[in-house]
Design a protein around this ligand. Structure first.
Ligand code: SF4
Length: 291
C-alpha cells in the first residue's frame, strides 16, 4: 500500500456538481455496499500496519457519514503521527465541527466552485457566500482550509475573482485546475476549457497582486490512466500523452465499498459492460472480503 492514501468514505453527496469526477458516476458498482464503521476501522488498521502516514478522507461528502468522528478517532488512535486531512464541500461545516477537526489535527480542504455560477456548478440553489464565511471562520480559529478551484467554461470568466475571494477569505493554500475528464464530467465535456483558455487563466492569476497565499496549478486535463480518451479532446488540448500520472506509486485509493484502486479518476478499463459491473482483477483488492 502506498504511504499516501485517499479513503472515499461515502458515495453520497448533497451536491450535484456537473464536473464531479468521482469514479462511481462511470462505474456504478464502485458505489454499491458502503463499508460500515467497523469496515473502515479495519481498513485503517491495515493502513497503520502497512506504514501509511498520510490519509485524505473524502467522498462523496464525508460529513454525511454519521460515524465520521468514530472513523477519524480510530485513525488517530492507530496512526497518532499521521497526516490526516478531510475534503468536504463545507455545506455542513460549522464552527463546532471545525474545532472538533482541529482537536484531532485533521486538516480541512474544500472547493470553491464559482461565485455567480456557484449554484450551477454545485447543482444546488446555494450561494458561495456561506462557503466564504466558513473559510473566514476557519482562518480565525487558526485552522485555515485549503481551497481548490476547478475552472470550467461556465466559471471561466470569474476564475480570477474566485481566486481572490478564496485568498481574501483566509484560504491556507489554493489549488487551481481545469475540469478533468472523469465521472459525471464525462457527460459534460462541453464544460471543459481548452489548453489556450487554461494558459490564459494561469497568466491572469499570476498577474494578480500577491495575496501571500501559496498556490499551485494542476495541469492535468485527462488522467493518463484513462484508456478511452475522447478524440475531440485530444484535438482541443493537443496533448495526447499528458503528464505521467503518479497513481498507484505516489498514492492509492480505497473506495466507498472497500475496493482498492490505483487511480482517483478512472479504472484501467473502458467497455460499457465493465463500467456497469466492474470486473475486479487481481490488481484490485477488496477489504470487504476479509471483514
Ligand atoms: S465534486 Fe464533490 S461536492 Fe461536487 S458532487 Fe462530487 S463529491 Fe459532491
Amino acid at each position: 500500500m502506498s504511504p499516501h492514501m485517499t479513503l472515499e468514505l461515502t458515495a453520497a453527496c448533497n451536491f450535484r456538481c456537473p464536473y464531479c469526477y468521482c469514479v462511481w458516476h462511470e462505474y456504478p458498482a464502485l458505489a454499491k455496499g458502503e463499508l460500515s464503521t467497523d469496515g473502515w476501522q479495519a481498513v485503517l488498521d491495515k493502513c497503520a500496519a502497512d506504514g501509511v502516514n498520510d490519509i485524505l478522507f473524502t467522498g462523496g461528502e464525508p460529513l454525511l457519514r454519521r460515524d465520521l468522528f468514530a472513523i477519524l478517532d480510530h485513525a488517530r488512535r492507530v496512526m497518532p503521527e499521521a497526516e490526516l486531512s478531510l475534503f468536504t464541500n463545507a455545506s455542513r461545516l460549522t464552527e463546532p465541527l471545525i474545532k472538533k477537526f482541529r482537536r484531532r489535527r485533521v486538516r480541512l480542504a474544500t472547493s470553491l466552485q464559482g461565485l455567480a455560477t456557484y449554484g450551477a456548478m454545485t447543482g444546488t440553489r446555494r450561494s458561495y457566500r456561506r462557503l466564504l464565511c466558513v473559510l473566514a471562520r476557519a482562518a480565525e480559529l487558526k485552522w485555515p482550509m485549503a481551497v481548490s478551484l476547478t475552472v470550467t467554461r461556465a466559471n471561466l470568466a470569474e476564475a480570477c475573482d474566485m481566486f481572490v475571494a478564496a485568498a481574501l477569505s483566509g484560504a491556507k493554500t489554493i489549488q487551481v485546475g481545469p475540469m478533468m475528464v472523469g465521472g459525471r464530467a464525462t457527460r459534460r465535456l462541453d464544460l471543459m476549457i481548452s489548453s489556450k483558455e487554461w494558459a490564459d487563466v494561469k497568466a491572469a492569476i499570476r498577474a494578480l497582486p500577491d495575496a501571500h497565499v501559496p498556490y499551485m496549478f494542476c495541469d492535468e486535463f485527462v488522467c493518463t490512466c484513462r484508456p478511452d480518451l475522447p478524440p475531440e479532446l485530444v484535438e482541443r488540448w493537443g496533448d495526447r500523452e499528458g503528464k505521467p500520472c503518479p497513481a498507484g506509486k505516489a498514492f492509492g485509493v480505497i473506495g466507498p465499498n472497500g475496493i482498492y484502486r490505483t487511480c482517483l479518476h478512472t479504472l484501467p478499463t473502458s467497455s460499457a459492460d465493465e463500467k456497469e459491473n466492474v470486473v475486479f482483477t487481481s490488481c484490485f483488492s477488496c477489504f470487504q472480503k476479509n471483514l
